[in-house]
Ligand binder design. Structure first.
Ligand SMILES: *Cc1c(COP(=O)(O)O)cnc(C)c1O
Length: 371
């Protein structure tokens, strides 16, 4: 039996009756834009994350964009981003007219390298945008210390880390802004596009709230230019249902990760490296990403495909290697080596909460028959 990398239906179909009731409720009251569903979702997430301002937005990408706009980051400014991440991290920086400056990541947790950040700070640097890749928080103490020393703001790209923790604190609530995605393949997945922006700063929270609705306050009065970055009421209603199950989704992902670890033990040594959970982190395993050594990643990928095991490569190219960024200044693109190697070694295997025991066994058997 083939095992998919991710099976969103395995999570969503058991909730069908609840989704249908939520749809009927929204259809009944007719408040499709903002209103009570959004208010309720924001209040529930506020309790979950413990952040002061919680804004439902149209996507994770728009959450990042809104954060950059609220911080007045634009032409002439530089924003430091890890180069090993999904495109949106760097793409949003370019979209506000600022310059993304890509820095290397560390092999241990795939997250931004602190020394690499320090080497790329210039008088034009305005912000650092760490990404908590694959569901594990970056070293936030280190990043906040560098930011404080240089007077920089920190926008956490927490798209893959809703509920992940760093020294007990929720990822996304430590920097000036945290941006989350509810894209269907993220750990808290909507039935379409949706996202969230959080902050504990009064001024930034109020500004972002107004920029979310075209900079409008009060109605039809615009002091500045914002955008339409609103979350749908319907998606909010669906997300409220899934939020109630969220802790169990997370613990099942963690159980799957622990199972792989004990199943493989030392048997992959020298050939495949398992992902690690750093001390003081609460990893939510958006991806379980292996490193295949000795130049055999693509061979391994073909082997899994033949065995019917779903897998994918996050990410085959780093941001500094993307065609659209080749016109950036050399200082945005240089000094990167670990991330380039990782892009040729990584491959993610099934970790989703509904993965069954016999499916895990199949994944493990396919991997063990390779080494
Ligand atoms: C998914 C993702 C985004 C973008 O989120 P969308 O909701 O798809 O717009 C941004 N950054 C990272 C790291 C992501 O994984």
């Amino acid at each position: 039996m083939p095992v998919p990398l991710l099976d969103v239906n395995a999570q969503n179909h058991p909730l069908q009756d609840e989704f249908t009731a939520a749809f009927q409720r929204v259809l009944g009251h007719g408040m499709f834009i903002m209103g009570r569903e959004v208010d309720e979702l924001e209040a529930e997430i506020k309790a979950f994350l413990g952040a002061k301002y919680v804004l439902g937005v149209s996507s994770g990408t728009d959450a990042l964009l809104l954060a950059l706009m609220a911080l007045d980051i634009g032409p002439g400014d530089e924003v430091i981003c890890p180069t090993f991440t999904f495109f949106a991290t760097g793409g949003c920086v370019s979209r506000v007219g600022a310059t993304p400056v890509f820095v290397d990541v560390q092999e241990s947790d795939f997250n931004i390298d602190l020394d690499a950040i320090k080497r790329k700070i210039t008088p034009r640097t305005k912000a650092i945008m760490p990404v908590h890749l694959f569901g594990q928080s970056a070293d936030m103490d280190g990043i906040m210390a560098i930011a404080a020393e240089h007077g920089l703001t920190v926008i956490e790209d927490a798209a893959q880390s809703f509920g992940a923790r760093y020294k007990g604190q929720q990822s996304g609530t430590i920097g000036h802004f945290g941006a989350y995605s509810f894209f269907p393949s993220k750990n808290l997945g909507a039935l379409g596009d949706a996202g969230l922006l959080v902050t504990n700063d009064d001024e930034l929270g109020q500004r972002a709230k107004i920029l979310r609705v075209h900079g409008m306050e009060p109605k039809y009065y615009h002091r500045e230019v914002g955008g339409n970055f609103r979350i749908d009421a319907l998606q909010s209603a669906f997300l409220r249902i899934k939020l109630r199950h969220y802790d169990s989704y997370t613990s099942r992902r963690q159980a799957n990760a622990a199972w792989y670890r004990s199943k493989f033990g030392d048997s992959l040594k020298g050939k495949i490296v398992l992902p690690t959970e750093e001390e003081d982190r609460f990893h939510i395993w958006n991806q379980f990403t292996l490193r295949v050594l000795n130049g055999r990643r693509d061979e391994f990928r073909a082997h899994l495909a033949k065995a019917g095991i779903g897998c994918d490569i996050y990410y085959p190219l780093t941001l500094d290697q993307q065609e659209c960024f080749q016109k950036l200044p050399q200082s945005s693109l240089d000094g990167i080596s670990t991330a380039h190697r990782l892009a040729s070694e990584v491959i993610s295997i099934p970790i989703y909460p509904e993965l069954r025991e016999e499916q895990r066994e199949e994944v493990a058997a396919a991997i063990l028959s390779f080494v």
